[in-house]
Design a protein. Structure first.
Length: 240
């Protein structure tokens, strides 16, 4: 029997691998789906160090020689770094609400400082307190009550100290910009963004001309978390 093609899913900040369940369930038995908890999150809350190199190594060890990589938000940014580090092993890249980072050093320094302030505040909160605060983040607004409840349950799987380490080690301010390296991506890349997510829809359209084989799909009826709000659209892309 032929081996099933593998898809590795990388979740966003505050989420866990379980957040991909609507997509994985919809793909059925056609794929081998791997959705690990990234260091600092869920079952990997206490894993250290929380660094880009460690996450790249985790995915390299978990995945087979050839696989599709799909990442959302922070997981999408990590997926870009992984696709460059493991060039030749990844057959396709699907990014949801993702960015190559901040190109301006001053802007990156400011974001790193903001992430440090949030990490320090996180360490003084319970996970319940932080989850309530995080749910008010503007980019996550507009989801249904049902989706918000599922997202809350997923976020409660993590611990404040782990999320603080993830901010410091994997946050937008911590990682280098990849804008100048997008042309190195030789594999097919699909950039997904929700129509209500003006920020990341714009970023996707800016990225596409810099990637040799990229396409942009703006998903109607969705905000930032396309895989939660419109899992059918993500399933269609991955299975297409």
């Amino acid at each position: 029997m032929a081996e099933l093609p593998t898809i590795v899913f990388l979740h966003g900040f505050t989420n866990s691998g379980a957040s991909w369940a609507p997509v994985i369930d919809g793909l059925g038995q056609r794929y081998r789906c791997l959705a690990p908890d990234i260091r600092g999150h869920g079952s990997a809350s206490s894993r250290e160090p929380v660094t880009l190199d460690a996450v790249i190594d985790d995915v390299s060890r978990l995945a087979p020689d050839r696989f599709t990589l799909c990442g959302y938000s922070q997981g999408g940014r990590l997926a870009l770094h992984i696709a460059l580090a493991l060039a030749g092993r990844i057959t396709r890249l699907v990014l949801i609400g993702a960015s190559p980072g901040l190109a301006d050093p001053a802007e990156r320094d400011a974001r790193r400082a903001a992430d440090e302030r949030l990490a320090a505040a996180l360490e003084q909160m319970t996970i319940e307190q932080f989850v309530e605060r995080w749910a008010q983040t503007p980019v996550l607004a507009g989801v249904s009550t049902e989706i918000a409840a599922r997202a809350r349950t997923d976020r409660l799987r993590s611990e404040p100290a782990g999320l603080a380490r993830a901010l410091r080690g994997l946050g937008t301010g911590a990682l280098p910009s990849l804008w100048k390296r997008l042309g190195e991506l030789k594999l097919p890349v699909t950039l997904l963004a929700g129509e209500r997510d003006a920020k990341f829809s714009g970023i996707a359209r800016e990225m596409a001309p810099l990637i040799p084989n990229a396409q942009v799909e703006i998903v109607p009826g969705s905000g930032h978390a396309v895989h939660l709000e419109r899992p059918d659209a993500v399933i269609a892309v991955l299975a297409g």
